[in-house]
Ligand binder design. Structure first.
Ligand code: PLP
Ligand code: ZN
Length: 414
């Protein structure tokens, strides 16, 4: 009876249900993403008090499909994922001309990206069912999250990343002790190879969207936003618009699920509008949104925002529904707009990697298109730290002045 609320899985495409004790990734019939099914009836009757001393996503244990981690990873980074700060930079807020701007700073997670939420849940699940080696394909952040948090609890990891991944992300993987394979190819090829390796070697697969527990971790940011902003942000009075950078589509699907559960539980009145932001050169989901279909055609991804460079999104259908079912929209942004957003976030004291800055670039487009106006509040998810990709940041700003070590030289340069 370790997981009383976890009933099983349901395919998001065909609705086939599966029991909770099977080791499952996607639907065996149609490869659809599996939703974890939770029994929330008890919670609807009696709202739990969340443990306020728990400054991590583990405070939401009553809403998670895994058992209490207990002593596992206590006093390690494994237990410090989530509960990230929410900022409201006044100047940036004024320049956007909206009612209130919020920035959820996911760069403050232990390995500096949103991916830590997913990896924490996947690792907990892996240890529950007693698997050995954990593996993931990654553009860099998912791998770092898996490797770092698994290292914290003494577990082995294998990561397949595209050879072109930013150097800092690769260094992070190696420092955390992962066995790293840099694939001569793109992220999608790294995904295919990782799935073959899982099949061949019996490893446990964390791949984003493929492992149902990634979404369960990612939904927890929705609870934090609700706790921080209160009910009014989810009523008719102050409708919230949430901006999320989208690659595979798992973060936006997770946020959707988290908010849906809060509605289901009667703790909020309505869902916030979810806006997905994709790079123009990697916009498979945004295109399907524009075409009004759920059929997602692969693209040849081309963008400097490596974390959202995806040809074949692993969680595209749920990511489309997240936006369609909340009255949001998909926006596409150019790489120059992403670089400009890195500068603007920097002026607010926030250093974002390109994919994270894309969310702000998307909000600016939404304001231009009058999807968000002066009466609206918007929340931008800063999904990863700028230290993850320093060369990209350098492209966003002018070079520093190099001078002789004399005051004269400073005066001359001023
Ligand atoms: C993974 C990632 C994203 C996109 O998340 P998806 O679930 O792939 O849509 C955005 N930003 C950063 C920094 C990421 O690491
Ligand atoms: Zn199915």
């Amino acid at each position: 009876m370790s997981r009383p609320r976890f009933i099983g899985y349901r395919c998001s495409i065909c609705g086939t249900t599966y029991g909770p004790d099977q080791l499952l990734y996607t639907c065996t019939r149609d490869s659809g993403n599996l939703d974890v099914v939770l029994d929330l009836a008890e919670l609807r009757k009696r709202r739990p008090g969340f443990d306020s001393s728990e400054r991590s996503l583990w405070r939401y244990l009553p809403l998670l499909p895994v058992s209490d981690p207990g002593e596992l990873g206590l006093h390690t980074p494994f237990r410090s994922v989530g509960c990230t700060p929410l900022f409201s930079p006044p100047r940036l807020n004024r320049s956007l001309g909206i009612r209130r701007l919020w920035i959820k700073d996911e760069g403050r997670n232990p390995t500096a990206s949103y991916k830590d939420r997913a990896s924490a849940l996947v690792i907990r699940r892996a240890l529950e069912i007693g698997v050995g080696t954990l593996v993931t394909a990654s553009t860099g952040n998912a791998g770092a999250a898996l490797a770092g948090l698994a290292a914290a609890v003494g577990r082995q990891t294998v990561v397949f990343a595209p050879r072109s991944a930013p150097e800092a992300k690769i260094a992070q993987l190696l420092v955390f002790g992962a066995r790293v394979f840099l694939v001569e190819g793109n992220y999608d090829q790294a995904v295919d190879l990782s799935l073959q390796a899982v099949e061949a070697f019996g490893w446990y697969c964390r791949n984003t969207g493929t492992n149902p527990f990634t979404l369960e971790g990612k939904k927890t940011a929705a609870y934090e936003i609700w706790e921080a902003l209160g009910q009014d942000a989810f009523s008719g009075v102050e409708p919230l618009a949430v901006f999320v950078p989208v690659g595979d589509g798992n973060i936006i699907s997770g946020l959707h699920r988290g908010f849906e559960e809060l509605v289901e539980l009667g703790w909020i009145e309505r869902l916030p509008r979810l806006f997905g932001v994709q790079a123009e050169g990697s916009a498979a989901i945004a295109r399907a949104f524009a075409e009004g279909t759920e059929t997602i055609r692969p693209v040849q991804a081309e963008t400097l925002a490596d974390s959202i460079a995806v040809n074949r999104p692993a969680d595209g259908v749920r990511a489309l529904r997240a936006v369609r079912r909340t009255g949001g929209a998909y926006l596409q942004v150019r790489d120059e707009q992403i670089l400009a957003a890195i500068r603007e976030l920097g002026r607010a004291g926030l250093f974002a990697e390109p994919a994270a800055a894309a969310a702000l670039a998307g909000l600016k487009r939404a304001v231009e298109q009058k999807l968000v106006g002066e009466g609206d509040s918007a929340l931008v998810v800063r999904t990863g730290s700028g230290l993850k990709d320093v060369p990209a940041a350098a492209r966003a700003v002018p070079e520093a002045t190099i001078i002789e070590p004399t005051l004269q030289a400073v005066e001359k340069a001023l």
